[in-house]
Each structure stands twice: as structure tokens, then as C-alpha cells.
Design a protein around this ligand. Sequence first.
Ligand SMILES: [Zn+2]
Ligand SMILES: [Zn+2]
Length: 318
Amino acid sequence: MKSHKVNESINKQWNFHPKLPVGFYPIFDWPPSPKRLMNFIWTYWLQKSDRTILLLISFFTYFLLFPPLKEMSNLEINWISMIALRNYILIFIVAGGLHWWFFLRKGQGSRFQYDTNKRNNKSKIFTFNDHVYDNIFWTLVFGVPIWIFYETLILWSFGSGKIEVFKFSDGWIWFCLFFPLLQIWQSFHFYCYHRILHIPFFYKIAHSVHHRNVNPGPWSGYSMHPIEQTIYISSVLIHLIVPSHPLHVLYHLYWLVLGTVSTHAGYENIWIKNKNILNVGSFFHHLHHRYFNCNFGNPEIPFDKWFGSYNDGSHGKN
Ligand SMILES: [Zn+2]
Ligand SMILES: [Zn+2]
């Protein structure tokens, strides 16, 4: 068994890495550890985190930028174009904002940046021979329309009464619990399809687009082939089966799209005036981009541990 002592050469391979081994969240720890679990809930769900910020954006959208559900009973251009506009603005703010801060303004230099190796800016493997233009192209031209399509489909299903809205007053425990459960569902969905896309045939036709990013940045997160984007976002189809509310749908979609932008940031956190403003990156997934045959899931469910593809970052390539 590998020891958990960090190999000295590892420190030379990264500009920054979080404390190693990079682990999983304690949800599936066995034996269960109530203390670690409470600490996880406190840190990720009750304080400033990517999750709570996306939750706030979902509430903001729902209460301020959301037409009455009955207006969505028919597929009409006015409300669908509002979704489209909203989503394009959101991706520009989140991906554009992070990219601007880290790579254009160079707001914190290389502080907390995982990998300072050149991001292959000019290379023939990229569309337009440019890493960032490539990522922006696949995100905006295919990714956002696919996001709009799924959002329209689910909201129209609510609006037209094809599926029932589960309200807060119908059961607040389920209403609240469904947010973290969605996260676990998404993790399961992601691991399953991601493993399949690593089969050489599917890799070649679809997943290779995302893996052009050996050293990802914010625009890399949702830069995928449209086949992959369609499968990736399909995790929201669960709302057609399991009772939920439009707020759950918004959160789920924001997590899928804006969350992946954040976890691919290439930086562990946003650091302003000697203060950690927000944790953004995922070193766990960054290892997948560099080493390729490891960490197919995410830290929510320890699939990689169970099925032997876990790389905890302390020993380089598996
Ligand atoms: Zn992959
Ligand atoms: Zn990725």
C-alpha cells in the first residue's frame, strides 16, 4: 500500500497544491464520522462556498427574473429568450469574470495557481489555434444552447402541468434535503458517463475535446463536444421523475454549468488583498486533466477509491 507521505518531487511538479492527499467528502466515510460530516455541512452548505453562492443565484433568478409558471405552459419565444439571455449573461459573468481576474488582469499572479506551465495558447490542436478561443467557442456555440434547451424543457414541463411542482409547504425537509441529494445524484451520473466516454471510441468522437485542456482554466470547464454536453446536462432529467421545484432545477443547472467553470479555474482560490475570498478550483479534477487515467468521479462519492482509479496527488501518475 502506498504511504501518504508526499513525494518530494511532487512539490516541484506543481506551482501550488492543496494539502495532500486530496480526499473525498466524508458523506460515504465508513465507519461514519459525524464530526467530519458536520464540519463538511458547515463548510460547504452553511458558509460562503461555491454551493451557497450558486444557491443564492438560484434564489435571485427565481424571485426576480422568473416569469409566472403558467406563462411557461406554452413554448413561446418571450420566456425562452429570457432564459437564453439570462444564461449567456451568467456564463459571461462567471467564466469571463474568473478568466479576467486570473489571466488578463493577473489579479493574484501565480498565487494558488496549480500549474504555471504555459497553457498551450497557440497550438493546432485547438479550434482557431488558440486555447482560450477554442474553449469559448465550444462553450458558447454549443454548450449554452444545450443548457437553454434542457432548462426550457423542464420548466415547460412544470408550466404545462406535465410534472407537479413540489412546494416548500409540501414538506420542507425534502425541499431542503433535495439540494445536497442532487449533488450526490449528479456525482453518480457524472462518474458513470465519464467512464464510458473514456472508452477509446467515445473518447475519440466526443470526450477528446474536453481533454485538450491539460492545464484547464475557467473557460475549459464547459468546453466539451456537444455530444458530451448533452449527456452531461441530462442529469437534470431526474426532475421529470422525482418531485421537485423550479429552484432545484435552477440550482442543479447552475451547479452543472457554472460549478464546472469554477472547478476548472486552475487556481485553488480567489485571493484578494491577502485574503481568501472564495475556494474555486478542484485539484482532484485537475489531476484527471494532467494524468488522464485517474479520478473519473468527483469528491462527492468515492467511486475512484472503490474501483481503483484514485489518485490522491501525493505520488504523481498512478
Ligand atoms: Zn475525462
Ligand atoms: Zn474537466
